[in-house]
Write a protein that binds this ligand. Structure first.
Ligand SMILES: NC(=O)c1ccc[n+]([C@@H]2O[C@H](COP(=O)([O-])OP(=O)(O)OC[C@H]3O[C@@H](n4cnc5c(N)ncnc54)[C@H](OP(=O)(O)O)[C@@H]3O)[C@@H](O)[C@H]2O)c1
Length: 324
């Protein structure tokens, strides 16, 4: 179904922040160095500018980055690209994340000035704890985050990769400070549906916390390009190649169905997979596909122009239940 009106924005949890159901993940902007050099090639600033401009032109209003994405590289690349697109701070939503590894909650106020420095004039609308692996309990982390909201350094607080119990603890700690937990950013796609069975999705719905789906295209597998053309795997950086190769055979029937449905909608399999993700659970889920080319960002934005029928969504649901 083609939508005659632009798709409604969704509030991040119980906050006042409104985002388009599709945002853009910019982990790809960290490429070229360290662990990310094994996953993504370096992207020039000019190319980043093109990706961000295309996403904005397509209606995407928010971007997801993180400290660990090149320790400021992705954040700065994003800020530069937003500026090149002549976007003012209050016209876009920026989400970034604090890395808790080998750190305590005391590091949160210590490193916030680095995040703001790299974001170079763009405010942090959503600040997340990236993983539940810090030395401090969620309560202490949420307290430190709430302090940042109080002094106006960030607008809202989220978590990432938290299980249901950790999420509840984070939500309760913030509630004591009069704040909502905005999001839990977790892996979720037609090929990775664990949150539907491990209690995370149910808890998020109950608590009114938005699920942000990372790797919503299963690192590109759901585009069908590796099924059609397995030799392009050899050009894919080593860090992603093994995981992609393993997924190809298991996902073939699903990819076939995505292709069939895509013809009817004059869309691509990737667009069908993302459309399913932002509609199958009502308004509980938003997605942040990554892009290394402007064309990919354009396709992702195009997902907001149509809606799959219930019958189509149920067909994809059935075929992907093995990934729950
Ligand atoms: N919180 C966390 O722990 C966590 C973890 C991972 C990711 N994330 C976030 O989630 C975002 C998305 O995750 P992701 O990048 O891992 O996976 P993804 O969105 O599932 O896949 C992105 C990759 O798929 C390919 N692609 C995208 N659109 C395409 C299209 N229309 N046609 C063909 N190929 C297309 C591109 O691959 P090529 O570059 O090879 O062309 C792109 O790099 C990240 O940018 C990051 O912000 C968060």
């Amino acid at each position: 179904m083609m939508l005659s009106e632009p798709i409604n924005k969704r509030r991040l949890g119980q906050t006042e922040i409104e985002v388009t159901p599709i945002g853009l993940g910019v982990m790809q902007f960290a490429g070229g160095e360290g662990i990310f050099g094994m996953m993504f090639p370096e992207i020039s600033q000019e190319k980043m500018n093109g990706i961000i401009k295309t996403a904005l032109d397509g209606g995407i209003n928010w971007f997801d980055t993180a400290e660990i994405y090149g320790r400021g590289r992705s954040e700065r690349g994003l800020a530069n690209a937003l500026r090149a697109a002549e976007k003012k701070d209050d016209e876009v939503i920026v989400a970034t994340k604090w890395l808790p590894m080998l750190r305590t909650a005391r590091n949160i106020p210590r490193t916030i000035s680095d995040r703001l420095h790299f974001l170079d004039g763009y405010s942090i609308d959503l600040y997340m704890v990236h993983q539940p692996w810090g030395f401090s309990p969620p309560e202490a982390e949420m307290d430190a985050m709430a302090d940042l909201v109080q002094v106006g350094k960030i607008r809202s607080v989220g978590v990432s990769n938290f299980n249901a119990e950790q999420m509840r603890r984070a939500q309760m700690a913030l509630q004591k400070r009069g704040l909502p937990l905005a999001v839990n950013q977790v892996q979720y796609s037609l090929l990775h549906r664990k949150i539907e069975t491990n209690g995370v999705l149910a808890a998020a719905k109950e608590l009114g916390v938005t699920i942000t789906a990372w790797s919503p295209l299963a690192s590109g597998l759901l585009t069908g390009k590796f099924h059609k053309n397995p030799e392009i795997l050899n050009q894919t950086p080593f860090g992603r190649r093994m995981q992609l190769r393993r997924g190809i055979e298991r996902s073939r029937p699903l990819i076939q169905a995505l292709e069939e449905v895509s013809i009817k909608h004059d869309a691509t399999p990737a667009q069908i997979a993302l459309n399913w993700l932002i509609h199958f659970q009502g308004e509980a889920v938003v997605a942040i596909p990554g892009a290394s080319k402007a064309k990919q960002a354009e396709e992702s934005a195009g997902v907001m122009k149509f809606k799959l029928s219930n019958e189509e969504m149920n067909r994809l649901d059935k075929l992907s239940r093995v990934f729950r």
